[in-house]
Design a protein around this ligand. Structure first.
Ligand SMILES: [Zn+2]
Length: 247
């Protein structure tokens, strides 16, 4: 049994490169490392892409990083076969930072949306260009008003930070979980709470994703669409930039 991978992204969301040693190479090309700054797909946030740099300078380009059968396993997946490192080989990891940073800005934007729309979340997907959050709600809500309130939270530049609590503390406080269907990242003995505002004044939410460190970094965003998905479900789409001017 090898040691579980050290998931460096959990303690430093801004770490884009690191050194690592190959601990396993699977038959299908999946690569395991002793430590990694590559975020693995979970909680609605896509896994990181980028490349592994070998001692001779050559690159192994990676598709989205994913978990193995358990959260202790992180699989780095080369886009091309035939360029596999060997176990014990030292590599330098390079996350595609512009892409990851957009995903971080978007993920924090999704949390801000859950502040503006305080309804149970039934689904979410963070994307580079567009994100969506589904709410269990029947109310009609004005798109431009939601955008204005989101941008107010962005402009107020609240700090965003992580607090760790134990699985038991979370189990004792079920009220802090906003997702109905998405289970909080439990099972590691501790759960990360993503907090927004001094003393979590704006929000705190169990989440294993990566976030910017203050809300101004989210930048200009807007609600591009609110769709009715059934009687009690509303799908909100968030995009970067200012809304298109009214026709
Ligand atoms: Zn989240």
């Amino acid at each position: 049994m090898t040691k579980p991978v050290a998931a460096l992204f959990r303690d430093d969301f801004y770490l884009s490169t690191a050194e690592a040693v190959v601990t396993a190479v699977h038959e299908d090309g999946g690569i395991e490392l002793d430590q990694t700054c590559f975020y693995a797909t979970s909680g609605g946030q896509p896994g990181d892409t980028g490349f592994l740099e070998r001692a001779d300078g050559s690159r192994i380009v990676l598709g989205p990083t994913a978990h193995g059968p358990t959260k202790d396993i992180i699989i780095h997946r080369p886009l091309e076969s035939g360029l596999l490192p060997s176990v014990g080989e030292k590599l330098v990891l390079h996350v595609d930072w512009p892409r990851r940073y957009r995903l971080m800005r978007m993920h924090t934007a999704c949390h801000l949306l859950s502040v503006v729309c305080p309804f149970p979340i039934t689904g979410a997907a963070v994307g580079e260009e567009e994100s969506r959050v589904d709410f269990d709600m029947s109310e009609t809500i004005d798109r431009d008003e939601v955008t204005a309130r989101l941008m107010q939270l962005v402009d107020e530049n609240h700090p965003v930070y992580v607090q760790w609590i134990t699985d038991e503390e979370l189990a004792a406080n079920p009220g802090i979980v906003k997702s109905k269907n998405v289970r909080p990242p439990m099972g590691l003995g501790r759960v990360s709470l993503v907090c927004i505002g001094e003393n979590s004044a704006i929000d705190s939410q169990p989440c294993g994703g990566t976030h910017v460190s203050e809300t101004q970094e989210v930048g200009a965003i807007h609600i591009s669409k609110i769709e009715k998905k059934g009687k009690e479900n509303r799908r909100f789409r968030i995009k970067f930039g200012s809304p298109d001017p009214a026709p």
